[in-house]
Design a protein around this ligand. Structure first.
Ligand SMILES: Nc1ncnc2c1ncn2[C@@H]1O[C@H](COP(=O)(O)OP(=O)(O)O)[C@@H](O)[C@H]1O
Ligand SMILES: [Mg+2]
Length: 324
């Protein structure tokens, strides 16, 4: 018996999708309040796109139920489709046409008359900073411009719920920041956004709540602050003068703090969550006793990277060989 809560934009329970013997989505629950930005955070292959596809009626769940604003994705897919917009990981617009032409076509398809379509296209191009490139064929667009146009196209219908699948993957920092602003503005005007990301800082910056998923399962859920608190109040970061001592430094840090540390060999640094900032003294003394010299040291609030490591035992960059 599904209990429907009208103020939930998404209410998913026990979603499962199996491909062959791969449980790509393995019992996912999501409760997304209307009017919020909800982040689904996980590494490549975690099951993010598959989850979105089930919620967006593009893929049938093998098990579980989901409602969008109270409407079942299985029993009322045509109603659900009117309530949602989906932007893919890759822009899906016509290459040979200009940005303006693409947006006008989308608008006309959604039933706007010629004048309204033209106006809508101009408004969106302005909003997304694409006015100057409006007449250029898409083949000449950069990746970031395409992504923005793709998002613009999905906004023509102004759906109450928008799925953004890795909207900023591969974008340069400036374009990313622009996308973030646009996404925030969308929610300010009443939309609900479910966004997937591999970027911990993106979820941290944008999302009101986050579900961390790994191998088809939700491994943690909460506000960014709750997730950070769950792994301790502070994070130790040190940079080692001699890179070769990094493994040894890692051992010492892990032994003293009783947690896993994240190493960045590129920068010769490592970081680790701490339940108690006081312990930092012991770690520093142990490092010095081992003849390991530091070039930098800081104690900060933990990042979501550390959260992820603590929750899953591996970092977000790790490429797991799928055991299919
Ligand atoms: N159509 C499909 N057929 C077979 N396997 C798939 C299909 N789509 C996704 N998968 C597998 O399901 C798992 C989750 O994929 P996906 O949902 O795309 O992850 P994410 O979006 O988090 O990167 C991966 O192991 C992927 O290889
Ligand atoms: Mg994906």
């Amino acid at each position: 018996m599904a209990q429907q809560t009208p103020e939930l934009a998404i209410d998913a329970r026990g979603l499962v999708k199996v491909f062959g013997d791969n449980r790509a989505v393995d019992g996912i629950d999501l409760h997304v309040p209307a009017g919020s930005i909800y982040g689904v955070l996980g590494p490549n292959g975690a099951g993010k796109t598959t989850t979105i596809n089930m919620l967006a009626t593009l893929l049938r769940p093998d098990e579980g139920t989901a409602t969008i604003f109270g409407h079942s994705v299985e029993k009322e897919p045509q109603i659900v489709r009117q309530l949602i917009g989906v932007t893919g990981q890759y822009a899906s617009v016509d290459e040979a046409l200009s940005a303006t032409e693409n947006l006008i076509i989308f608008s006309r398809l959604l039933g706007l008359n010629k004048a309204a379509a033209k106006q809508k296209a101009a408004e969106l191009l302005e909003e997304f900073g694409l006015t100057e490139a409006a007449k250029r064929p898409l083949a000449k667009f950069s990746g970031g411009m395409r992504r923005r146009l793709d998002l613009a196209a999905s906004l023509i219908a102004q759906p109450p719920l928008l799925f953004l699948d890795e909207p900023t993957t591969g974008l340069d920092p400036r374009t990313r920041a622009q996308m973030w602003l646009t996404i925030r503005r969308l929610v300010d005007t009443g939309s609900t956004v479910l966004l997937t990301t591999q970027y911990l800082d993106e979820a941290d910056q944008l999302a009101d709540r986050i579900a961390v998923i790994d191998k088809g399962k939700v491994v943690a859920e909460g506000t960014p602050d709750e997730l950070k608190k769950s792994v301790g109040t502070a994070a130790l970061q040190v940079r080692i003068q001699n890179d070769l001592q990094l493994p040894q430094a890692q051992q010492i840090v892990e032994a003293h703090l009783g947690v896993k540390a994240t190493c960045s060999p590129m920068t010769g640094s490592l970081s680790a969550p701490m339940g108690n900032a006081d312990k930092v003294t012991d770690v520093l003394v142990a490092l010095r006793n081992a003849g390991i010299h530091l070039s930098e040291m800081s104690v900060q609030k933990p990042t979501l990277d550390e959260v992820f490591l603590t929750l899953t035992g591996h970092d977000t960059k790790e490429k797991d060989a799928d055991d299919e």
